[in-house]
Design a protein around this ligand. Structure first.
Ligand SMILES: [Mg+2]
Length: 306
């Protein structure tokens, strides 16, 4: 482990880093926006990176939006972005089931309408989206009617998550041939003022516990998320920079895939968190130590001006 890790980046070193990469991958929430507000200067940074000939992609573990919805949000906030630049877990899960798992059959989906749409766009049908309250007597629940064409259970963010959905997922997953895939393991979605709501990781953990199986996870820090972009655009890991606000997802993904990593302090993780990982000496935790950090992506601006 190089002692020079987790260096504050500024001036010439910043310019040097940007010169050394061809592609920049940005996490979204906590990096380029917070909720519905762009991080000041972030759009300028992204747009100038593109003008300098860098390829820019957006990688988010959030499964509640399609690529199209993200592209709309990016443009509304002033980012120069197209659908193809966006890799969210709704899109990547559909891509995983189609191209990696070569799924033939339907998906039992614990997730959103956006996930349903991304599945549909690769020709995969789903059942399960929307509210599903408990019905019948407890004695009937293990025998709840199942769709015989379902070959996979996919768990993403679902505001209608319920006991009956958990039960149905368990019944499908009792078949060892039924695939089990999760979008991401983030346990909390941070809100302003230190508030938070339960994230997909909580739902996935519930299904894993009930099914006594472990899901294949598509989102960061899983390598698949990078491979999804790299496979389409031929990215060279050594010439790619991952920018994120979370050590356990964004930065670990970067380390897992051999990318350069930059932590921004406008979101979840702190420099103290990174230093604690560095001191731990534990291999997995060392992967969560970024190469560099900046207070905000806006600090990249001076290196891109002129
Ligand atoms: Mg984030």
């Amino acid at each position: 482990m190089a002692v020079s890790k987790c260096r504050r980046l500024s001036g010439g070193a910043l310019r040097e880093l940007l010169d050394s990469v061809e592609s920049v991958l940005f996490d979204c929430d906590g990096v380029i926006w917070r909720g519905d507000q762009a991080i000041p200067g972030a759009a300028d940074v992204v747009n100038r990176l593109k003008k300098h000939g860098k390829r820019v992609f957006f990688l988010t573990n959030n499964s509640t939006k399609t690529r199209g919805m993200y592209a709309d949000k990016l443009r509304r906030l002033g980012f120069d972005a197209a659908e193809d630049d966006v890799f969210g877990t709704a899109f990547c899960s559909a891509a995983f089931l189609k191209s990696e798992a070569k799924l033939e059959g339907k998906v039992y989906l614990i997730g959103s309408a956006a996930m349903q749409q991304e599945l549909r766009s690769v020709g995969i049908e789903q059942v399960g989206v929307g509210p599903d309250p408990v019905s019948g007597a407890q004695a009937d629940w293990a025998g709840v009617p199942l769709d015989p064409e379902v070959r996979a259970v996919l768990v993403g963010f679902d505001e209608h998550f319920s006991y009956m959905k958990l039960n149905k997922a368990l019944q499908y997953l009792r078949n060892p041939d039924c695939l089990f895939v999760g979008t991401n393991t983030d346990t909390r979605l941070p809100l302003e003022d230190g508030k938070a709501i339960p994230g997909t990781g909580c739902l996935l953990k519930a299904v894993e516990t009930a099914a006594q199986r472990q899901a294949v996870v598509v989102g960061k820090p899983s390598k698949f998320m990078f491979e999804c972009v790299a496979g389409r655009y031929g990215l060279d890991p050594a010439k790619t920079l991952m920018v994120g606000d979370r050590l356990d997802t964004d930065i670990l993904l970067g380390s897992n895939c051999g990318l350069k990593t930059l932590l921004t302090l406008t979101g979840v993780s702190t420099v103290a968190d990174a230093e604690a990982h560095q001191r731990s000496g534990c291999d997995v935790r060392l992967g969560m130590v970024p190469d560099y950090f900046v207070e905000s992506v806006a600090e990249l601006l001076p290196a891109l001006q002129g």
